[in-house]
Design a protein around this ligand. Sequence first.
Ligand code: AMP
Ligand code: MG
Length: 489
Amino acid sequence: MTNGKEIAKTGWNLDNSFASLPELFYSEITPNPVHSPKLVMFNSPLAASLGLNDQVLKSDDGIAILTGNRVPEGSMPLAQAYAGHQFGNFTMLGDGRALLVGEQITPQGDRVDIQLKGSGRTPYSRGGDGRAALGPMLREYIISEAMHALGIPTTRSLSVVTTGESIRRETELPGAIMTRVASSHLRVGTFEYAANWGEKEDIQALADYALQRHYPDAGPDGYHFLLQEVIKRQAALVAKWQLVGFIHGVMNTDNMTISGETIDYGPCAFMDTYDPKTVFSSIDIQGRYAYGNQPGIAGWNLARFAETLLPLLHENKEEALKLAQDTVSNFKNLYHSSWLSGMRAKLGIFNEETEDMPLIEELLDMMQKYRADYTNTFLALTFDTHEDFILFGTPEFVQWQDQWQARLSRQEENSAASHQLMRDSNPAVIPRNHRVEAALEAAEKQGDYSVINKLLTILANPYAHTAEQTEYTTPAAASTQPYQTFCGT
Ligand code: AMP
Ligand code: MG
């Protein structure tokens, strides 16, 4: 148990409520120590919000905790069991290279998971080595923090520590461990695991736990409420992804949270040129997780979630199925209205007209046709800077712009208010792929973390629209090689 002294000194205030679930859901593990840990990234503002003592955590003792070399007081290290549909195929998975240190109770009274990623083998490692390479851990750090700054629910990154050990991939790579902070690691895949390998009581225990942890306001129809709320949060989340051009890349059901946070930053990347077919992940040959498919896939995943809850929704199987189907079918509308209101804001529109949808679609069609940069098109519309784009010189666009201006005049708010709304809805900067790569290369090859830290500073206020951000708005130069990302490396 955590004692008062330990909290006062280090700030660790850990609980292990996940371990109160049936043992089916986890395995207790002993961490695998690493050779010579070195702290390379540390998120001070996040540490402060968790109530953790910055200086203590950066000391050798603190770093030992961030690598699993030392277990903090109150921790009961465990690996979570889960399953998942990966590219449509159902498999048993689980934390193969992650360790749940515990749940930190923050000074605000929030409960968040502290997880080490890349911390060594677990009973769920299958053939893997349980380790992670520095590059992908830094990549997750950058993109998850950028997502947070964009106002998108996400897991956060507290630290990256190099292990002093190399790991074997296609070549030898430096090993690293990332500390991930999440409002929980409950996944759609955790429910699939319960439904497939557990009894009804296990699904119920998990659903009760999820309700208590994330949806404490549920009434007597708690399990239906759980389904409705997860659908709502995921609809809002995926709409936010679409609005900033974020492509998750591996929307397997094990990578979809019950909390509604974005999780798992393996092969994700931001779209430059607008094209719904955009795919970056090297293994996504069919384009299952392409930008334009993300809402549909989210709906599919939520149907898998609903299936796991069937025994809890109604005693009568047919009634349960009907309730599940009706609820899942709401996803489309919830997603669409979230996306549409976000798109209206991106165009400075406050009120609603039925013609808004065709107006938006026309713009997107033109962007696709003239291969316009997604983020920068909206920026140019915001700041009325139209010079550099082929799109803006076309008669189609001129006509569209007249319609858009006419639309803006049909609302009470003046143009200054519209402009402000657009500034607040269109980010100046996203983590551009070439910028992320340059930051990773400097860190990995030269041990130079100044590039990554500068990038993080620029990405920390995407709606600030400062002069300093301007050079970070440029997309990569055209290349014959499409940008590719990789999973679980
Ligand atoms: P991900 O691609 O990160 O969603 O991982 C999918 C599954 O593979 C999860 O069960 C991971 O824990 C597992 N996994 C990924 N990389 C490794 C590794 N190096 N060693 C063991 N398990 C891994
Ligand atoms: Mg995953």
